[in-house]
Design a binder for this molecule. Structure first.
Ligand code: GTP
Ligand code: MG
Length: 195
């Protein structure tokens, strides 16, 4: 698959702001700063489609991107940003819960984790949550350029173990910086959409 066209379609903090459930959706979840927005830009070939920043907590809304006029990729707000207040993290929980529990056209949520570290407690919780809703099975290990080539298998194994992935589950190492690994993800997305 090639992504030829991409555009922001909606920015939402509540369900009344979601676009209609007429198109299939695939969402990205992960810790703040893990590289969700960067991955979206890599997939679409548009450097400035989603905002990327050195300061965590950049994406605090649910952002819906229309792809090839055919499906959507949804950039979810990141978790685990220490400096947010209690009310902000409560808002985050409600926003995620409402979206993940009710969205009929949501096929899968791709979980992003940083390839350098063992998935955090919050990563594990997020993934358990996805499993509960049947939205699990695809993990992207981001920032693959930050570890040496021969470290990658070891890191992927640790991610598999900590998230308790099954044999059929997929982990794809990706680097937005080096622009590597994303074709495999596009193939997985294409397969999902075709099912
Ligand atoms: P929130 O919007 O806060 O949830 O963060 P996010 O998950 O959208 O992360 P974002 O894409 O904004 O990236 C955070 C930082 O990581 C930025 O400084 C990016 O340039 C950097 N980054 C993202 N992907 C990669 C990568 O593959 N390699 C390297 N070296 N840096 C990356
Ligand atoms: Mg972001």
């Amino acid at each position: 698959m090639k992504i030829k066209k991409s555009d922001i379609e909606a920015v939402a903090v509540k369900p009344s702001q979601y676009p209609p459930e007429n198109l299939k959706e695939i969402a990205f979840a992960g810790r703040s700063n893990v590289g969700k927005s960067s991955l979206l830009n890599l997939l679409t070939g548009r450097k400035k489609l989603a905002r990327v920043s050195g300061s965590p907590g950049k994406t605090r809304t649910i952002n819906f991107y229309l792809i090839n006029d055919a499906f959507r990729i949804v950039d979810l707000p990141g978790y685990g940003y220490a400096k947010v207040s209690k009310s902000v993290s409560q808002d985050w929980g409600e926003m995620m819960e409402k979206y993940l529990s009710s969205r009929q056209n949501l096929l899968k949520v791709i979980q992003l984790v940083d390839i350098r570290h063992e998935p955090s407690k919050q990563d594990v919780e997020m993934y358990e949550y996805l499993r509960y809703y049947g939205l699990d099975g695809i993990v992207v290990a981001t920032k693959a350029d930050k570890v040496s080539r021969n470290q990658i298998p070891k890191q992927l194994k640790q991610i598999r173990q900590t998230l308790k992935l099954g044999k059929e589950d997929i982990v794809i190492p990706v680097s937005a910086l080096k622009r590597t690994g994303y074709e495999e993800l596009l193939d997985v997305i294409e397969e999902l959409l075709g099912e």
